[in-house]
Design a protein. Structure first.
Lengths: 280, 218
């Protein structure tokens, strides 16, 4: 029984494989969210927790689940670097953003101001967040790290979890209210733009390398693509799959900010301005 | 104050990690991570080079192919495998083909890749040709009877191939030597390349093997 996807070297098959560790992980995320929601609403009975927030959290959790379970998790762990990169997009970018958006601004403020939020206040700042995310990105794409960790379930789990933690770390300053460590709207846009630059380096290495960088994927039983084409696709995905996600977030921030600063008489005809500092 | 210390620590750590890892990624492609042989090869060098074997099988075009005579003057990579092989065979063929495509013609045109099928029952000449063409149309495929195959394996000094028990669907795998043997242009077996050998290893070794053969001939 494999608890988490890892590289096995076995011939690829489309036969479904169970990964109970992934299910436990996803269930614990949902249970944790439910528990936090229940406790915060009990502590702040006058506050509202919109249903769409819960929906966003669930969509984010589904993305994390899809990225770690069969077939994408299996393909990414031991067969295709492009699938591994698709996992990265889901685990480090899309999933964490939606998970964070699953919490109302007041809940983020409560976490930020709580005694246990001290670590959060120390670590989640724009520059450290940006550097930490990119350090995680770089470390988890170093060939010896990938080749060394992916064949073991714990190693593969470590890479997946580091992407999720890195993603939450990256997105917090861009999505949290200003009173909870979030940036100003222009700051968010600049921060997100800056986050698109460093991944260009590993993406370029993958796209333009003459030979496969990872022994794991080069020597894996082939699933359609040659090792070289697979690596090129991975490099393109890392850049052109990730950037639109960031651009979309920048666009939403920009238009919501514009709506918020539009004079009230003209804004009234469109939509109510968001409360200051409320996340995207 | 403590928050600021946290921040500086993270910044320093992350910056150091970025610098080290950018270097690591940049060097990954050319990195030599195992000891080179006495001749500077990434493959396993044969301590006492042995002469190129002399056996004759049939090409996928139906013509007789004398291994020794018809590869004379070429760096020859000999492999015994089969087209239904799930792992080693396609990986070897794909990796060699990928490297030959990137080498200058002055080198790649001096290399002959010869694959002898260990599965004469399923690998008919058209099947083998089609499979090899998927990698490189210049690869030479050889077929023969079981007796001729065993004789060629014995002459080449590789482990004899052995079919496993068929499964319920009648499919079977074949245990066979997983290494590619490299014969330099002086007709001597100089190195073997086991499964796990990578494209960057081939890219490193093919020029070395060509030079080594030329040096020995002269």
């Amino acid at each position: 029984m494999n608890w988490w996807c890892s590289a096995t070297g076995a011939e690829w098959t489309w036969q479904w494989q169970p990964y109970p560790g992934v299910w436990l992980f996803v269930l614990s995320l949902v249970a944790g969210y439910g528990a936090v929601r229940w406790r915060l609403l009990r502590a702040h009975p006058s506050r509202n927790w919109p249903g769409w927030r819960t929906a966003l959290f669930l969509v984010g959790t589904v993305l994390l689940w899809l990225a770690t379970d069969w077939p994408l998790g299996t393909l990414g762990a031991g067969y295709l670097l492009s699938a591994h990169t698709a996992q990265y997009l889901l685990l480090a970018l899309m999933g964490p953003a939606l998970v964070l958006l699953g919490f109302p601004g007041w809940a983020a403020e409560a976490a930020w101001n709580a005694r246990a939020g001290r670590l959060l206040r120390g670590l989640v700042r724009p520059v450290p967040s940006l550097l930490a995310f990119n350090a995680i990105l770089f470390v988890t794409h170093v060939p010896s790290v990938v080749d060394g960790l992916m064949p073991s379930q714990l190693g593969s789990l470590a890479i997946d979890l580091s992407w999720i933690v890195g993603g939450l770390w990256l997105w917090w300053p861009a999505l949290a209210p200003e009173r909870a460590g979030g940036l100003s709207p222009m700051g968010r846009i600049g921060y997100l733009f800056a986050s698109t630059v460093p991944p260009t380096i590993p993406a370029a290495f993958l796209t333009f390398a003459d030979y496969p960088l990872y022994g794991l994927y080069e020597l894996a039983p082939r699933v359609g693509l040659s090792a070289h084409d697979d690596q090129q696709l991975a490099g393109l995905l890392m850049k052109f799959g990730a950037d639109p996600v960031i651009w979309l977030a920048m666009a939403v921030i920009f238009f919501r900010w514009q709506a918020a600063i539009t004079p009230p008489d003209s804004a009234a005809a469109e939509s109510p301005a968001p409360a200051p500092g409320v996340s995207v | 104050m403590r928050d600021r210390i946290y921040g500086f620590t993270i910044i320093r750590g992350a910056a150091a990690a970025l610098a080290v890892l950018a270097w690591a990624c940049g060097n990954a492609e050319e990195k030599v991570d195992k000891p080179l042989s006495p001749s500077g090869l990434m493959g396993v060098e044969i301590p006492k080079p042995r002469p190129k074997p002399d056996f004759t099988l049939t090409t996928t075009e139906g013509k007789p192919f004398s291994f020794r005579r018809d590869t004379e003057g070429y760096l020859t990579l000999l492999f015994f495998g089969y087209t239904h092989c799930p792992d080693v065979c396609p990986i070897h063929m794909a990796n060699i083909a990928a490297v030959l495509r990137k080498l200058p013609p002055s080198m790649s045109e001096r290399v002959r890749v010869v694959m002898v099928t260990t599965d004469p029952a399923r690998d008919t000449p058209p099947v083998l040709r089609s499979w090899l063409d998927h990698f490189d149309r210049s690869f030479i495929g050889l077929v023969g009877t079981e007796q001729a195959l065993y004789a060629a394996e014995e002459t080449a000094g590789v482990m004899p191939s052995m079919p496993d028990q068929p499964d319920s669907a009648g499919d079977y795998t074949i245990g066979h030597a997983a290494q590619v043997t490299a014969f330099t242009t002086d007709n001597m077996a100089r190195a073997v390349y086991p499964s796990g050998i990578r494209q960057r290893d081939w890219a490193h070794d093919i020029p070395v093997l060509l030079a080594l053969g030329d040096k020995k001939k002269s």
